[in-house]
Design a protein around this ligand. Structure first.
Ligand code: SAM
Ligand code: SF4
Ligand code: SF4
Length: 371
C-alpha cells in the first residue's frame, strides 16, 4: 500500500550537548546570529503527546497505538524549563510561546505558566507569555491560565464545518467544543486571541470563506497558514499547498482587503484589513515567501534540545547540561555560542532550489517542536 506517508525516523538521539567554552561570559540582553538576526523568541514544547491526529501533523498512519512517546523522565521538568527560560530571557528573548504536542495535556501546565510569568526582562518589562493550543481543553483551563499569568493564546482551528473539522483532527472531535474554548479564553481576558487555520488543498480550502466571514468583525484575528513540509511524516506535496496569495484573492473577491504594515520586525504573518473597517486577517506564507531573513526564533523541544530552525535535522542537547553539574553561567555561554554560529535559512534555500528538497532530508516532527 502506498499511503503517501513516510514512516517516522527517530531523530531524537542525534543530538549532542553543546560545548561549554572555557571563557565564561555574562549575558548582555542581546545576541546576534551569524546572519545578524537577534534572539528574541523562544518556543517551548511541553509535551510530545496530543489528543488530535491532524492529518498534516500527526497522521494516524504514523502516530498510531504503537508510537513510542517520550518517557516522563526524558521530558524537561518545570524547574528545568524555567531555569533555561531565564537564561534565554537574559540573552534577549522577549516572547515565550508554550506549545507541543498539545500543551494543555501537560499536567499542571498552569504551574509552569505561573513560574515563567515571574521572569522579568533585563529592562524590567514583563515577558510576553503566550500559548498555542488546539482548543479542546481551553473551556476548562482558560481562567486558570489567565490567573497564572498567561498573556495571550492562539487557537488552531482548521474548519467551521463540523464534518470537515472532525476529518482534519481525525479523532472525531466536534468543532463546537473548540468554539466554546475560544469564547472562554475571551471571557477570561486572554489578550487578543489569534485563530490559526492551516489550509490543505482539497481538505479544508472550501472553509477559507466561511472562516473569514465567521471571524470578521469579532475580537479574534484569523490567520491562514500555508501547509508546510515540516517533519517527514505528513506526506507533504507542493500540490497540497494553497498559497497565501490565493487565500487573499478568494477573500478579497468577496470582502475587499488592503495590506497593512507589520506590527514589528520579524512578524511572521502579513497583515491585511477589511476595507469596510471590520477588522484584520493574517497570512503566513512559510512556503511561498521565505522569511528567514527576520527569523528571531529558537525552539526548545520537549526533552530539552535547542533547535535553531523549524526544519533542522538535529538539536543541541541542553538537558544534558541542565542535568550535569554545569552552572547557569556555563549553560548561558554554551547557548550564546550556539546562537552566534546559527546560519539556518531553510525556507530561503527551498525557494531557490525546488520543492523536491522538502522530502529528501530527515527532519524533526512538528509535534515534537511545536511549530
Ligand atoms: N497542538 C497545538 C495546536 O495545534 O495548536 C500546538 C502544537 S501545533 C504543532 C502548532 C501549530 O502548528 C498549529 O497551529 C498547527 O496547525 C501547526 N502545524 C502543524 N503541522 C503543520 C504543517 N505541516 N504545516 C503548517 N502548520 C502546521
Ligand atoms: Fe496535535 Fe496540534 Fe499537531 Fe493537531 S497540529 S496533531 S492538535 S500537535
Ligand atoms: Fe526560521 Fe528556519 Fe523557518 Fe527560515 S526556515 S524562517 S530560519 S525556522
Amino acid at each position: 500500500m502506498n499511503s503517501g506517508f513516510i514512516p517516522i525516523v527517530d531523530l531524537r538521539s542525534l543530538n549532542k550537548a553543546p560545548a561549554v567554552p572555557a571563557n565564561l561570559e555574562s549575558a548582555k540582553g542581546f545576541l546576534s546570529d551569524a546572519l545578524g538576526r537577534p534572539l528574541q523568541d523562544l518556543r517551548i514544547s511541553v509535551t510530545d503527546r496530543c489528543n488530535f491526529r491532524c492529518v498534516y501533523c500527526m497522521p494516524k498512519e504514523v502516530f498510531g497505538p504503537d508510537y513510542r512517546y517520550l518517557p516522563h523522565s526524558n521530558v524537561l521538568s518545570f524547574e528545568e524549563i524555567t531555569r533555561i527560560a531565564k537564561i534565554f530571557v537574559e540573552h534577549g528573548v522577549r516572547k515565550i510561546r508554550l506549545t507541543g504536542g498539545e500543551p494543555l495535556l501537560r499536567k499542571n501546565i498552569e504551574r509552569l505558566v505561573e513560574m515563567l510569568s515571574a521572569l522579568t526582562l533585563p529592562d524590567g518589562q514583563a515577558l510576553d507569555l503566550a500559548l498555542i493550543t488546539n482548543g479542546s481543553l481551553l473551556a476548562q483551563k482558560a481562567q486558570a491560565l489567565k490567573n497564572a499569568g498567561l498573556k495571550r493564546v492562539t487557537v488552531s482551528l482548521d474548519a467551521l464545518d463540523d464534518p470537515t473539522f472532525r476529518s482534519m483532527n481525525d479523532v472525531d472531535f466536534p468543532v463546537a467544543d473548540v468554539l466554546r474554548g475560544i469564547d472562554a479564553a475571551h471571557q477570561a481576558g486572554l489578550g487578543q486571541i489569534k485563530i490559526n487555520m492551516v489550509v490543505k488543498k482539497g481538505m479544508n480550502d472550501h472553509q477559507i470563506l466561511p472562516m473569514a466571514r465567521h471571524f470578521k468583525a469579532t475580537p479574534f484575528v484569523l490567520r491562514f497558514i500555508e501547509f508546510m513540509d515540516v517533519g517527514t511524516s505528513n506526506g507533504w506535496k507542493m500540490d497540497d499547498v494553497i498559497s497565501s496569495a490565493e487565500v487573499i484573492r478568494r477573500i478579497n473577491a468577496d470582502m475587499p482587503l488592503e495590506e497593512i504594515e507589520p506590527n514589528y520586525r520579524g512578524e511572521t504573518a502579513e497583515r491585511w484589513r477589511y476595507r469596510d473597517g471590520s477588522g484584520e486577517i493574517g497570512v503566513i506564507s512559510s512556503v511561498t515567501k521565505a522569511f528567514c531573513g527576520d527569523c528571531t526564533r529558537a525552539r526548545l523541544s520537549t526533552e530539552g534540545r535547542l533547535i535553531t530552525c523549524l526544519f533542522a535535522s538535529r538539536g543541541h542537547d541542553l538537558r544534558a547540561l541542565l542535568r550535569s553539574e554545569k552552572s547557569d553561567a556555563e549553560i548561558s555561554t554554551a547557548v550564546a555560542h550556539v546562537w552566534r554560529a546559527r546560519t539556518d535559512r531553510y525556507s530561503e534555500l527551498r525557494a531557490k532550489n525546488t520543492a523536491d528538497m522538502a522530502q529528501t532530508e530527515r527532519r524533526i516532527e512538528m509535534s515534537y517542536i511545536g511549530g
